[in-house]
Design a protein around this ligand. Structure first.
Ligand SMILES: [Zn+2]
Length: 298
């Protein structure tokens, strides 16, 4: 499932290829893909110009010159793929956005958990709008005039973007919580963007066991956790994200990421820890597995 680094890689690709272009046509053929509202509403975007490409956690926010925001959530298997209109549609294509310049952006999603929806504007998060400076966004000049991109009300329950958090937020969010650390790291209300893979990698780099009660972390451990979160996510973005053996995650150009080759614990049960050589273990935490090193992580 794409997590923050994968979605950020897709965001950068969409921004590079489509920012400032006009949407000529939009067709939806997968009824589950647009399920929050009448799919016909997306027709409102025809003729609009894409003026910002933002992200908060795992959500992509495509902002248009009339202030509307199209939210894309890839969930399990969604892909946004660039193509020429003449190229054959891949199986499981559920929506096609045709832009000026003869370029299509296709939403492909075999498992159909992903979705697209139009959202109202809510709290502003660009620097000129105020509250949320850190979430990633590229903005065309006309967006500044429109007052910038906003975090839609539909997403107001999300915690801060995981790239923005420091020890103070983590300390406040985890205080008094008995749930295992990993369970809270993947809780999108606590931290938006971290999932199964990066929670394990972050815990390893922070030298913290994923099954530690989250509320028991000391200040120095919270600082390590904040630094590890930023380091792991930033390095994963630089590597274009992680493409696992299912080959599902691809960037906008269809390329795989390479961070899977840098995973220190995720998916490596029984293999030697890269720091100390002891075999990496897999434990079950809640309903999920977690990979960690018993010697390096306390
Ligand atoms: Zn180790």
């Amino acid at each position: 499932m794409p997590e923050l680094p994968e979605v950020e890689t897709v965001r950068r690709g969409v921004s590079r290829l489509y920012l400032g272009r006009k949407l000529l046509q939009l067709s939806v053929t997968g009824p589950r893909t647009v399920r929050r509202h009448d799919p016909g509403l997306l027709g409102l975007l025809r003729g609009r110009t894409l003026c910002s490409v933002g992200r908060h956690g795992k959500y992509l926010l495509l902002g248009w010159d009339d202030g509307q925001v199209l939210v894309a959530h890839l969930r399990m298997s969604g892909q946004l793929l660039a193509a020429k209109p003449s190229e054959p549609l891949p199986l499981h294509t559920h929506a096609v956005l045709r832009f000026s310049g003869a370029s299509d952006l296709r939403f492909v999603d075999p498992r159909t958990f992903g979705e697209l929806f139009l959202a109202g504007m809510g709290r502003a998060f660009l620097p000129d709008g105020g509250a949320r400076p850190g979430s990633s966004a590229d903005v065309a000049p006309m967006a500044a005039k429109a007052g910038g991109l906003a975090l839609p009300e539909e997403l107001a329950g999300l915690g801060p973007d995981a790239l923005d958090v420091g020890p103070a937020h983590l300390g406040a969010a985890l205080a008094g919580r008995r749930a295992p650390l990993k369970a809270l790291l993947v809780d999108q209300r606590v931290l938006a963007g971290v999932g199964n893979i990066y929670a394990d990698e972050i815990c390893h780099v922070a030298r913290l066991r994923p099954d530690r009660p989250a509320g028991g972390l000391r200040p120095a451990e919270l600082r390590r956790l904040a630094v590890a979160t930023h380091t792991v996510l930033t390095e994963a973005i630089a590597a274009g994200g992680s493409t696992l053996s299912d080959q599902r995650y691809r960037d906008v150009l269809g390329e795989a990421g390479s961070y899977q080759f840098e995973h220190k614990v995720y998916g490596r049960a029984g293999q030697p820890c890269m720091s100390c050589g002891r075999p990496v273990e897999r434990a079950t935490i809640g309903a999920k597995g977690a990979y960690f090193c018993r010697r390096c992580q306390r």
